[in-house]
Ligand binder design. Structure first.
Ligand SMILES: [Zn+2]
Length: 397
């Protein structure tokens, strides 16, 4: 009798758990390389998308129409005014900047506080149209920026049980340098759009809300994200109208910025040249800022991405660092746990010339191959899985 009873109870709890499909794995499988590449390619139709131009405004319209087509239909825009200011003079005693592409002495400290190693190659923003060999692209990028009104777009997945709380998943859609801003930051913009698509699936439910934001004016000094913070930080958690269970600005739980996702060919060679292929040990660099008010909580958010990466990303690992700098998560870092996700560390590595396309005419779609695009896809898998966990994602079918 006892044996018959044991047989009748079927598989053990552990066996049942092993057989239950993992909804996170199922969600991550909805990302794919060709869709990600196609979204980057779609953004490059608008050239470098420089802020304050018609091509920038057309790109915002296109992004908004794409978000709606994915089912993220509640798109909104904020409007702000941008007046460029002259660049601050170089600090007394600071070394003169190294010309773009020139090998020179390494600095003691990097932007964001890190200690750079190895060869340093000068970086800068290309402003010479004639450096763009493609005449059609040069023409597309010709209209200059004019000061004045700016917009940026976002859409929101509303949480079912906590609509009043959200994670912000973001990238900047503007670029410059007379290329296509394919990597900086078409790669991050496409990642955020792809996550908006997957989270908007009809069978995807989350307890908490997620906002997908595409900042403008990052390249002029984080002005778009700063405008968002200034306009909306005091609206957090307010129900409007009262009793409606609607929260125009859910309380911020975390901010995850994506900026330059594709290119990790390692440090420059001694003569300033680069390896032609993605290095096999390429990684997704997640950074928080050690000097920010919420460093400990931001670090903890970084580890959530690291664990999600280990379980769900197909090819490339996460490395966590403490020198987040020079991207829109800096606008949020003293208000909410904030991290950036990138191809390389921004200060130590990109700042030492690890990405020769950065702000250059060569930042075009055709520069990158599938090993590069796959690094961006792995970052997408990482953030998707982490945010799904953080927001209590379930699949209803
Ligand atoms: Zn950028």
């Amino acid at each position: 009798m006892a044996i018959a009873f044991l047989l009748s109870v079927g598989p053990s709890a552990a066996q049942r758990a092993a057989e239950t499909p993992d909804p996170l794995r199922s969600l991550v499988s909805r990302l794919d390389l060709e869709r990600y590449k196609a979204t980057i390619k779609g953004l490059t139709v608008f050239g470098d998308r420089r802020e304050g131009t018609d091509r920038n405004r057309s790109a915002i319209d296109w992004i908004e129409s794409q978000l709606k087509s994915y089912g993220c239909t509640n798109t909104e825009r904020i409007t702000y005014n941008f007046q460029p200011r002259p660049a601050a003079p170089r600090a007394a005693g600071a070394p003169p900047p190294l010309a773009t592409g020139v090998v020179g002495p390494q600095t003691e400290t990097a932007a964001g506080g890190g200690r750079p190693r190895g060869v340093r190659v000068g970086t800068g923003v290309n402003t010479d149209p004639m450096k763009q060999p493609d005449a059609k692209l040069r023409e597309l990028n010709m209209q200059p920026s004019t000061p004045g009104q700016r917009q940026e777009v976002y859409c929101t997945k509303i949480g079912t049980t906590h609509p009043d709380e959200m994670y912000i998943v973001a990238a900047h859609m503007d670029g410059h340098g007379w290329g296509e801003a394919a990597n900086d930051d078409g790669s991050g913009t496409a990642l955020v759009m792809e996550l908006a698509r997957v989270f908007s699936g009809p069978d995807v439910q989350t307890d908490r809300s997620i906002r997908f934001a595409l900042w403008n004016n990052e390249e002029t000094g984080l002005n778009g994200s700063a405008a968002y913070v200034a306009q909306r930080k005091d609206l957090q958690g307010q129900e409007d109208p009262p009793g409606s269970r609607r929260y125009p600005e859910p309380r911020w739980l975390g901010m995850i910025q994506h900026d330059m996702m594709l290119f990790d060919h390692g440090a420059p060679n001694a003569d300033g040249t680069m390896r032609r292929q993605q290095r096999p040990e390429a990684d997704v660099n997640v950074e928080f800022q050690a000097t920010s008010k919420l460093a400990a909580d931001s670090q903890a958010l970084g580890w959530v991405l690291e664990r999600a990466n280990e379980k769900y990303a197909s090819d490339y690992a996460v490395t966590l660092g403490s020198h987040m700098t020079n991207t829109d998560s800096s606008s949020f870092m003293d208000l909410v746990p904030s991290i950036s996700v990138r191809e390389n560390q921004r200060g130590n590595e990109i700042g030492s010339g690890w990405d020769p396309q950065w702000h250059q005419p060569t930042d075009v779609y055709a520069t990158y191959n599938d090993d590069d695009f796959r690094l961006g896809l792995n970052a997408a898998q990482t953030t998707l899985a982490a945010v799904a966990q953080l927001t209590g994602m379930t699949l209803t079918k």
